[in-house]
Design a protein around this ligand. Structure first.
Ligand code: FMN
Length: 308
């Protein structure tokens, strides 16, 4: 017999991508999902976003690469990955077995690298591509999300090189720059925006007089950034028509619902999965319970419906 919690409609559409529920994995925090398959059925996910891949292998930054902070964590992984050919050979066969939409995430130092990556991903069974325009931990990683003209050129060129849905992932810039970059990505043909990447930040060990990371600075994620990320989703959702995938410190169903109320269509969970590998299925169940309790038929009734 169908239980009441199963009856609620949690489906969402991120541009052309249909998802059974709004929960995605945040790039770089879930690998390709293999390790998490021992904790829960990955078919429960709304969608998977794989770790960012680059054209050539990258060794990443010197250790230590992560440290805990109050209400969050700092990382400076530096886009360590084995490169696109390894991804296609070793990760895609597993990712293709998942019964949910899978997006690759790509990054490059130059526009041309994004184009080549997008072309290489054609016909591989992906539901879409996330363009990482915003890694704070690599030199030049913020080149595209801090400049509307560059962001436009990049999305436009990639748009012309693939028919796959494109999600542009932005980093935390000042409000006016983010607004211009978001508009530029939309005008250039992005199907959706991901908001937001980690915040450039620093943590110091005063006794050793050293940074707690091998690189001096890193990217802050987790609950510490949540209120800022929600403000960004709210502001950007008022100026673009394309859907927004909100992320930043989502630990619980209520956190996820806050982003949806602020205007996000879907949400991604990152740091929470490190603290609790079952965070994602718990968030999905929590959303269903909330909809039931509140008598809400679908997330459309909640999205952006802030009482002002
Ligand atoms: C260890 C770690 C690695 C990350 N790697 C990537 C990455 O490869 N590509 C990317 O777009 N974002 C990456 N991110 C950023 C997350 O996808 C997400 O935008 C950010 O962590 C905010 O969400 P959260 O607070 O739920 O973690 C990484 C974050 C962490 C903590």
């Amino acid at each position: 017999m169908e239980t009441k919690t199963e009856a609620v409609n949690t489906t969402v559409r991120v541009g052309p991508i249909r998802m059974a529920n709004p929960i995605m994995t945040a790039s770089g925090t879930f690998g390709s999902g293999r390790e998490y398959a021992q904790f829960f059925d990955l078919g429960a996910l709304g969608a998977v976003v794989a770790k960012t891949v680059t054209l050539h292998p990258r060794p990443g930054n010197p250790p230590p690469r992560v440290c805990e902070t109050q209400g969050g964590m700092l990382n400076s992984i530096g886009l360590q990955n084995e490169g696109i050919e390894h991804f296609l050979r070793e990760e895609m066969p597993f990712l293709r077995t998942l019964p949910v939409p899978v997006l690759a995430s790509i990054a490059g130092h130059a526009l041309d690298e994004y184009v080549r990556l997008a072309e290489r991903l054609a016909g591989t069974g992906l539901a879409g591509i996330e363009l990482n325009l915003s890694c704070p931990n690599v030199e030049g990683g913020r080149l595209f999300c801090g400049d509307p003209d560059r962001a436009y050129q990049l999305v436009e060129k990639v748009r012309r090189s693939t028919t796959l849905p494109l999600v542009a992932k932005l980093g935390p810039e000042s409000a006016s720059i983010m607004e211009d970059v978001a508009r530029a990505c939309e005008a250039a043909g992005a199907d959706a925006l991901s908001l937001v990447n980690t915040f450039p930040a620093m943590s110091l060990d005063v006794r050793r007089r050293r940074s707690r990371l091998g690189t001096m600075t890193g990217g802050l994620s987790g609950p510490a950034i949540k209120p800022i990320a929600i403000r960004m989703v709210w502001e950007i959702s008022r100026i673009v028509k394309i859907p927004i995938i909100g992320m930043g410190g989502i630990m619980t169903a209520e956190d996820a619902l806050e982003f949806i109320l602020a205007g996000a269509t879907a949400i991604a969970v990152g740091t929470a999965s490190f603290a609790n590998p079952l965070a994602i299925p718990e968030i999905i169940e929590g959303i269903k319970s909330f909809l039931n309790e509140e008598g809400i038929q679908s997330l459309d009734e909640l999205r952006g419906r802030l009482n002002i």
